[in-house]
Ligand binder design. Sequence first.
Ligand code: NAD
Ligand code: TDX
Length: 349
Amino acid sequence: MNKILVTGGAGFIGSNFIHYLLERYDNCHITNVDLLTYAGNLDNLINISNDPRYQFIKADIVDFNVISNLISQGFDAIINFAAESHVDRSIEAPGIFVRTNVLGTQSLLEAARRYGVKKFVQVSTDEVYGSLGQEGYFTEAASLNPSSPYSASKTAADHLVLAYGHTFGLPVNVTRCSNNYGPYQFPEKLIPLMITNTLADKPLPVYGDGMNVRDWLHVNDHCCAIDIVMRKAKPGEIYNIGGNNERTNIDIVKTILRQLNKPESLIKFVQDRPGHDRRYAIDSSKIKQDLGWEPVYTFDCGMAETIEWYYTNVDWWKKIKSGEYMNYYNRMYGKDLGEPPVALLEVFE
Ligand code: NAD
Ligand code: TDX
């Protein structure tokens, strides 16, 4: 597995994965294909942009001709991170989620099958299983019951990946991970949004009663799991990847406030997300038993490091919190937070 095509490598998890591989394997060659949507950011890769083992190609995974030409050059593995990934945006505009997440995945699969790629790993999500009550965990055998346009599009993609394995013998794996956190996460997602707003003394918009539960996985633990799946998993297998760190959203927000020594009066309860899944929790014993993977980060340590990263990398998020993102922010939160459009970062100017 030396010649690896990473899609969506300018996003949060994809860029962490590229760093992860380059730090560990001298003889790997990575091609990163990314359309550079609002979520793609080459700053995430700036320190490796001249590494001879790495090349970047700006392209749309839906564009079969371009993708097919590229894949015809021969790859050992394709790791598909490219996606529209934010649930709230999928409620606002579902169409692009079907285009990228479903049609884009199919375009990659078709090219992979034509040119004999040795491993195709689809980076999926625990959200395909739907919502849990207070008890229980999802195993890989659980039925798929997605709630949002985002998770429905990821579920459709999972089915296509498994169908290409079943029908055409393409060596595929699907990984379904819980909520990731860590460096380079776009600040529309809960943890980086709350950290960056706290640093700027801005309100923290908590949906509903704040008691929804997510299982948090440090992105480095996730990258390690994907690497192991790429190299060792039997074709056709699905693996859940979880962090064993269930937390309510309000608990996460209070942890951030405590670490940054800011008052709880910044918390603002806002209108709930439509169709908001109450709880996700996955059982990742299969990947432990089959492949020997376990998360190594404790939540306390991972969160402290992550908060520190956003604190010391203000320039990284300062550039993002402008332009298109601020339009989205104001559409999403302006009514509830009752504020005029704000440059969140005035405080750092
Ligand atoms: P992200 O939004 O940060 O990055 C997505 C990347 O895909 C961006 O760089 C974007 O430019 C690129 N992209 C989008 N459309 C494209 C297209 N048509 N062609 C080429 N590139 C395109 O997402 P992320 O958080 O890094 O998530 C990566 C993957 O992991 C996604 O498939 C997501 O569904 C899955 N996932 C994420 C989480 C999480 O907590 N972040 C959890 C479970 C699963
Ligand atoms: O402003 C907010 N306030 C709030 O209370 C935001 C952005 C989120 N939330 C809540 C909603 C969720 O219960 O926090 C929780 C986490 O929200 P997100 O960060 O948007 O993540 P989630 O919806 O759980 O989905 C994430 O995990 C699964 C990723 O975005 C997906 O790509 C992944 O598949």
